[in-house]
Design a protein. Structure first.
Length: 255
């Protein structure tokens, strides 16, 4: 007996989980990606790309594919996907686990300012010209065009197309994880004095936060959205244990 698992991914942890689950005899795993990245990394399990068509579409998928366990390992800021997953899992009576990174906690030496959205982040940079490192998704950078007095370094996985109408902006294409030493070198070489980022949690992108602390750089962090209350774990190892337990239960039902 095997259990069919749908893994909602797009994060470093989702890829790690998929790697651990690939080839297991007790699970058949499908990784679902939203399709926001033009050239996603090769994955170790079968992949579907694109949305489901809201809650009703996800319910149909769970039922048609006979999914026995759903894991939401999406980004902490992908709130709508998480809400849809919770509603669909409840309706389809499919066990759901949230794999959620704990948020970063402010430490001595951090120079954090928390804001609710990108528009507030742009305002928080200030009116005086600054050198700003923007570490957000390419769909979220439009509001920075309203503050052309700054010089921007914008890092993204895919090219910003069309480019922002800004007089001073540099684009950097790169994909994490990013270590602290490399982030420190990047911030110093571009003489960055402010960072705009999300409180993504985890280790893959924490390097810029640690580097900013050591360099005394201001960090403007977007507030995490509220997510639905579901059974949750914080580590890939705990998610593997949860899935192994679900697979064992499925096996016992089939005997």
């Amino acid at each position: 007996m095997t259990i069919r698992v749908l893994l909602l991914g797009g994060t470093f942890e989702a890829r790690q989980l998929a790697q651990h689950l690939a080839g297991r005899g007790d699970m058949v795993v499908t990784l679902s990606l939203a399709g926001r990245t033009a050239h996603p990394l090769t994955q170790p399990v079968p992949v579907r790309i694109g949305g489901f068509g809201g809650v009703s579409g996800l319910i149909r998928y769970l039922q048609n594919e006979r999914i026995g366990a759903l894991v939401d390992a999406t980004h902490p800021y992908a709130a709508q996907i998480s809400r849809n997953a919770a509603a669909a899992a409840k309706s389809a009576e499919v066990p759901l686990l949230g794999l959620r990174r704990p948020a970063w906690e402010e430490q001595a030496g951090d120079r954090w300012r928390r804001v609710t959205d990108v528009t507030q982040a742009v305002a928080a940079i200030g009116s005086e010209s600054r050198r700003v490192f923007v570490a957000l998704g390419r769909q979220e950078i439009g509001p920075f065009a309203a503050a052309p007095q700054h010089r921007y370094l914008i890092r993204s996985v895919d090219p910003i197309d069309p480019p922002l109408s800004l007089p001073r902006v540099d684009y950097l294409l790169d994909r994490g994880p990013f270590c602290e030493a490399d982030e420190r070198a990047l911030l110093q070489s571009h003489r960055i004095d402010a960072i705009v980022a999300k409180n993504s949690g985890g280790t893959a992108t924490y390097g810029k936060i640690a580097a900013a602390r050591g360099l005394g750089i201001d960090v403007i962090l977007l507030h995490r959205p509220d997510l639905p209350e579901v059974e949750t774990v914080a580590t890939v190892e705990a998610a593997i244990d949860w899935l192994a337990h679900r697979a064992a239960l499925e096996s016992m039902r089939g005997e």
